[in-house]
Design a protein around this ligand. Structure first.
Ligand code: ADP
Length: 471
């Protein structure tokens, strides 16, 4: 089977969150099981672009409304990612430093999608499936089915995976002219509640829709940022497939980002050595249980209640607990978290920003990982933390519910709570501190969670089965 993944992110080329990790890993595992998987994404000005060699694969020109543009598809030469990687260069639109966050993101990602469909429609053969990811590629199934210029792709199956339904890529109708000429009877397939909604369009037009966990799919029927009725209506073609983790990149035994490699048999000493270095760097007391948070500082992750929860724990459990934060996001949360640094020396520190290496060091050196998320479609952090023997402390939602078993359950190794509230978080931290002091049980939990199989093998096969059902 030949699978073409279309995405705005792919690790290590460009990553803003879990989407990048998934698109960087899933094709590798599909290849491993004997299929051909390729990725096409925009060409941003990232480090990966400059550090690798590229060849021009093809060139073309098309238009975004009245604006004609040339595009170039370049291909990475040395198969560095283990699969074919193509980047779309559109001068002046895609070649930026950041992935998202520009005023003309609508133009950027619409032109990207048009270029991809234009390119594939000129192939001498047809791929077996086009696999889109999130709203930035949500218009592709519509274009393949209903745009006059791309009729050759009409019968190619398409799948869209929803990594996050909060961001839907809304486009006002005055920009409707950007969509290449289409059967006007099908206008409704682009729209949701009065605007062009690429995510909704992807759900309506793709042959299959997947979400990154089963529980998230259930939750979307009652909370989907306005798309609840659509998820209910389309439930027949929706499936939840849990993400896996790339066990080659995330392996404490071989991770080159961390100071001391370790495995299950050496987890106690290995983590202690990593913790020592981390605590020295951030001025924390290494004797105390260390709780970390790694992620986007946004409402979805409940980052806004982190400052109060941390302060309440530092006062409620005096001298018994320490915290380290890595993240960036909403300015007022960044400000609060930075501001607290001087108030609790030895017990609290934070690094505002994005830092891949430090994230690995934190998974390795921490005792607990906090994830109080209000919404968590799958969540990768908790799976990384388990692989590194770091106890996940999570709210029971989405993929967190599907992957973490509370230590109160038989065989459980994590901590779960129900509400994204200061009370629930501080209570869970207290449970964590108690189990940390019960060394035997704590070490058993570490070893038990490191045995959990969250690798891609099973999920990659589920995707293959899904594609096969479309033939
Ligand atoms: P989301 O995609 O919603 O942000 P996920 O849990 O699916 O959340 O994926 C988050 C990924 O991004 C993980 O690999 C996590 O380690 C990484 N990450 C998030 N914020 C940062 C940061 N500030 N520095 C380094 N890595 C980060």
């Amino acid at each position: 089977m030949e699978i073409l993944h279309v995405s705005a992110e792919c690790y290590p080329v460009a990553k803003a969150g879990g989407l990048g990790d998934v698109v960087g890993a899933l094709p590798k595992y599909q290849l491993k099981s004997g299929h051909t998987a390729k990725v096409i994404m925009p060409m941003y000005r990232t480090k990966f672009l400059y550090e690798n060699e590229w060849e021009v694969h093809s060139k073309g020109n098309t238009n975004l409304g009245e604006r004609f543009f040339d595009y170039t598809i370049i291909k990475e030469r040395s198969n560095k990612l283990g699969f074919d990687l193509y980047l779309v260069d559109i001068n002046g639109l895609l070649d930026r430093e950041k992935i998202y966050g520009y005023d003309d993101d609508v133009e950027r990602f619409t032109a990207f999608q048009i270029a991809v469909v234009h390119w594939v429609s000129r192939w001498a053969h047809r791929p077996d499936v086009i696999h889109c990811h999130d709203s930035h590629t949500g218009l592709i199934p519509f274009m393949m089915k209903y745009c006059y210029g791309f009729q050759s792709l009409k019968s190619v199956p398409s799948v869209i995976t929803i990594h996050n339904a909060q961001y839907q890529g809304w486009i006002s109708w005055d920009k409707g002219r950007y969509i290449p000429e289409y059967d006007s009877w099908k206008k409704g397939m682009l729209e949701w509640e009065g605007t062009i909604n690429p995510l909704a369009s992807g759900i309506k037009c793709a042959d299959k829709v997947t979400t990154v966990s089963g529980s998230y799919l259930e939750e979307l029927r009652s909370y989907a940022n306005g798309l609840e009725r659509l998820f209910e209506y389309e439930r027949g073609k929706c499936t939840g497939i849990l993400n896996g983790i790339d066990t080659e990149v995330w392996d404490p035994a071989t991770d080159t980002y961390i100071s001391e490699n370790y495995q299950i048999s050496t987890v106690k000493e290995g983590k202690q050595a990593n913790k020592k270095i981390l605590c020295e760097r951030f001025g924390l007391n290494e004797e105390l249980p260390l709780f970390v948070f790694i992620g986007r500082l946004v409402g979805e992750k409940a980052a806004d209640i982190l400052p109060d929860s941390i302060m309440a724990s530092i006062y409620g459990l005096p001298g018994k607990v320490s915290f380290l934060i890595l993240g960036s996001g909403e300015p007022h949360v960044e400000w609060q978290l930075s501001n607290m640094i001087n108030h609790y020396p030895g017990y609290y520190n934070a690094m505002i920003g994005y830092n891949e290496q430090l994230s690995h060091q934190m998974y390795a050196g921490a005792d607990f990982l906090l994830m109080p998320s209000r919404v968590e479609p799958c969540g990768l952090n908790q799976m990384y933390s388990m692989r590194y023997g770091t106890v996940p402390v999570v709210r029971s939602t989405g993929g967190l519910k599907d992957t973490v078993v509370d230590m109160g359950e038989p065989g459980g190794y994590g901590i779960r709570f129900n509400h994204a509230s200061v009370g629930d978080i501080t209570y869970s931290i207290e449970r964590g501190v108690n189990v940390y002091n019960d060394e035997r049980h704590f070490n058993w939990m570490r070893k038990r969670m490191m045995l959990a199989d969250n690798s891609w093998d099973k999920s990659a096969q589920q995707y293959i089965d899904l594609y096969s059902s479309l033939k």
